[in-house]
Design a protein around this ligand. Structure first.
Ligand SMILES: [Zn+2]
Length: 416
């Protein structure tokens, strides 16, 4: 009898059961998954995850932020762990796969280690991260940022929800202990592997079950203010106008072309636009809009930024003034080349088709990438949908990701 790997019908069924079970812990039954951090549903999901970890023979631990770890001890004393997992909170009225797909993958990789009697040299840890979405506490990625020391314990403790309840109060309310150890030193982590749903249409459209993430895109946002002069819509002749909205429209309409010209998956979005004074019979004298610009390589983020600013400035003249304010700049996070190669080799050896992909959304892996080697897999999202009740991914694809992570984790927990 050979070693048991995943990709079996049994593994697919296990995955499906876990996803369904965790999806039941929602405060909006029939209207998608709503599992806000430190809520009653968080507690129920937490208990389910901990119970499964115990069942799978892992040592269960929660930290002072509410992150959950199920550890399979390694033979090298004090060696850093290979972490596999994702988050288990949801947005309001979201789906059952964003987060839990990755949590379940971590659990099942650890189970395969146990089932096949593997004793790793480096510890293996299935992880379930808290408050990634920012659904309750502002900011998002709170569990990973607190755990890795990006924010201090004090900052964490002072973070409040919209009702003014602090994290610490909310934790105590469901019986969690915020005084437990929280911060993990960088030296205690060897690698972090995360499976996530794609939340976009590419894998489904191409019929490819696995995406190997190259980078989590960097992003920048600029706010553009276009000033003209107000006037009566009936009495001001066309040639006398300085219409701020007409000028702004030219910028907005050309931006997609610039993103395509930049290439390499660069995207540009104007998602917010305010027209002033916003009267049906008044020529707009001011338009304020944001342009959100994203790319997987820093040179492309800077490239589209430069193009967008040049375009915006070119709208000035003939009574129109343009002002640009840079509001946000986040560098792209490259995934570890070494881990990416391991994931590619494992996929190849298993005969699983894959393609490289960038992540257009932020994930816990983004925070980990500043501290340790990070690898990330995507699976197709039906219709490209996420953060809605219709969100769905195929449990067979999660099982494929478990296979790939299992092979990669064997190497990562062995090698120096
Ligand atoms: Zn997510």
């Amino acid at each position: 009898m050979g070693e048991q790997t995943g990709h079996t019908d049994e593994l697919r069924q296990r995955v499906e059961r876990h996803i369904e079970a965790i999806g039941e812990f929602t405060s909006t039954p029939g209207q998608g998954t709503t599992r806000l951090t430190y809520s009653e549903q968080d507690l129920q999901a937490r208990q389910y995850i901990k119970r499964t970890m115990t069942e799978y023979g892992l040592q269960v631990r929660e930290d002072g932020f509410g992150n959950i770890f199920g550890r399979l001890e390694g033979t090298i004393e004090g060696a850093p762990g290979v972490l596999i997992g994702s988050h288990f909170d949801s947005v309001p009225n979201g789906g059952s796969y964003d987060g839990p797909a990755g949590v379940v993958a971590g659990l099942e990789v650890a189970r395969l280690f146990r089932e096949n009697g593997l004793t790793p040299k480096y510890p293996l840890e299935a992880v379930a991260m808290t408050e990634e979405e920012g659904g309750r506490f502002i900011g998002g990625l709170l569990g990973s940022r607190a755990m890795l020391g990006v924010i201090s314990r004090e900052e964490f403790a002072q973070t409040t929800d919209k009702d003014g309840i602090t994290t610490v109060e909310a934790m105590r309310a469901i019986g969690l202990d915020p005084s437990l150890p929280g911060k993990r030193e960088k030296e205690s982590i060897k690698a972090f592997l995360e499976l996530h749903i794609e939340q976009g249409p590419i894998l489904e459209e191409e019929g490819i079950p696995i995406g190997i993430v190259q980078a989590i895109v960097g992003l920048t946002q600029i706010q553009v203010t276009v000033r003209g002069s107000a006037g009566h819509a009936g009495t001001t002749p066309m040639e006398r106008r300085a219409d701020a909205l007409v000028a702004a429209s030219k910028i907005v309409a050309q931006l997609p072309e610039l993103a395509k010209e930049q290439g390499n998956g660069t995207v540009a979005t104007v998602g917010r636009l305010n027209v002033l004074p916003n009267g049906a019979n008044v020529i707009p004298d001011r338009v304020v809009f944001t342009a959100d610009l994203r790319a997987g390589r820093e040179e492309d983020v800077l490239g589209i930024l430069d193009k967008a600013e040049t375009l915006a400035r070119s709208a000035a003249g003939e009574g129109i003034e343009v002002e640009i304010e840079r509001q946000l700049y986040i560098k792209p996070k490259r995934m570890s080349g070494h881990v990416r190669e391991l994931l590619e080799k494992s996929s190849g050896a298993l005969g699983i088709e894959y393609r490289p992909l960038n992540s257009g959304a932020g994930h816990d892996a983004m925070i980990f990438s500043d501290f340790t080697e990070v690898g990330m897999l995507f699976i197709p999202s039906r219709g490209g949908l996420s953060h809605c009740p219709e969100e769905w991914s195929d449990p067979a694809d999660i099982a494929r990701a478990v296979d790939i992570f299992y092979e990669a984790a064997k190497k990562l927990t062995e090698a120096e």
